[in-house]
Write a protein that binds this ligand. Sequence first.
Ligand SMILES: NC(=O)c1ccc[n+]([C@@H]2O[C@H](COP(=O)([O-])OP(=O)(O)OC[C@H]3O[C@@H](n4cnc5c(N)ncnc54)[C@H](OP(=O)(O)O)[C@@H]3O)[C@@H](O)[C@H]2O)c1
Ligand SMILES: [Zn+2]
Ligand SMILES: [Zn+2]
Length: 338
Amino acid sequence: MKAALMTEFGAPLKIGDVPEPQVGADDVLVKVSACGVCYSDVKLWTGRSPVKPSLPHILGHEIAGTVAGIGPNATGLEKGDPVTVYLYDTCDQCAACRAGRDNHCIAMKPYPGSAGRPGGFAEYVSVPSKNALKVPAELDFSLASLLPDAFNTPYHAIVDLARVRFNETAMLMGIGGLAMGGLQILKLVGARVIAVSRTESKLEMARKFGADIAINSTKTDVVREVRRLTDGHGVDHVFDFVTTPQTLDQGVRSTRPGGKVVFLGYSEPIPLNIGTIRFISLTSSRNGTRQNLRDLIGLASAGKLKSQVTRTYGLDDATGALTALSKGEVTGRVVLRI
Ligand SMILES: NC(=O)c1ccc[n+]([C@@H]2O[C@H](COP(=O)([O-])OP(=O)(O)OC[C@H]3O[C@@H](n4cnc5c(N)ncnc54)[C@H](OP(=O)(O)O)[C@@H]3O)[C@@H](O)[C@H]2O)c1
Ligand SMILES: [Zn+2]
Ligand SMILES: [Zn+2]
């Protein structure tokens, strides 16, 4: 099969022919139709991720396609079924798994595209059958590919962790692929949304997708503006998709006493002065659960989610997609169509 192979950190991917993946007894083979490109792929590609894949490696964890092969123990799927792929290969036995907290499993195996398992920048990928969730045939594969991460990560943070309620005010920092998913979920739960970013086209897209207020952090003092907009109180929730010392500071100082800040982005160590964090809950969050993804498939099937994809690339130009994302040039999300 054809695949975009990472053979050197940060170097152009090489398009090559590699054997189709072995389909394990509990796995299904998915013929990839679309694979979203996430900033976490950029970190893996450039060697800045906490985990380093051994090379050659196939990136890509936002996968949608059709079932093309079925392992002997796999049940519930037929060849030709359109699916999207939940990320985590959970143990299903630890306390977190038994409680339905799949994303907290203490014994999960690597997810597709991360160190230790080939991903979706290829014609085929093998995934655990329990992670291949059926989607309606009418659902666009690009949108389906974003559900497991660009939507599921903010969904879990907004719905399960922060438990945002109708009429609360939430601030999104770093308007990229994930934040554009989060924005849609926040509008569905009836929140007032403040979008904060540095690039005008990203703020413009946020406005089009329903952001009530968009703040350009290079032109406006974020904390002062947020306080003005909230009668001096600050917002109820912050979702930080960047997490630098600067966004931490802006986020914390923009939050009302008793509010919540959820960190979804990660890059560098952040200094924390507990003395300045009065009564605020700070937490980080990782992806979501299988149930979250099922909820999102339901929402997408009902036409309640819009794709934030602004450009598609062929497999041959996967490097172009990664490069654009690494330079901050992507508005919304880009996907590979395979
Ligand atoms: N927690 C999880 O489970 C999980 C899952 C997936 C991804 N992630 C992480 O979440 C983050 C966002 O991912 P994504 O795919 O949405 O990325 P993305 O599309 O690149 O969006 C992030 C946006 O943040 C802004 N930004 C970037 N660097 C910044 C900086 N130094 N200061 C201020 N703003 C900055 C950029 O917009 P402007 O040009 O407007 O500044 C950028 O478009 C990444 O760190 C990714 O690794 C976490
Ligand atoms: Zn991701
Ligand atoms: Zn487990």
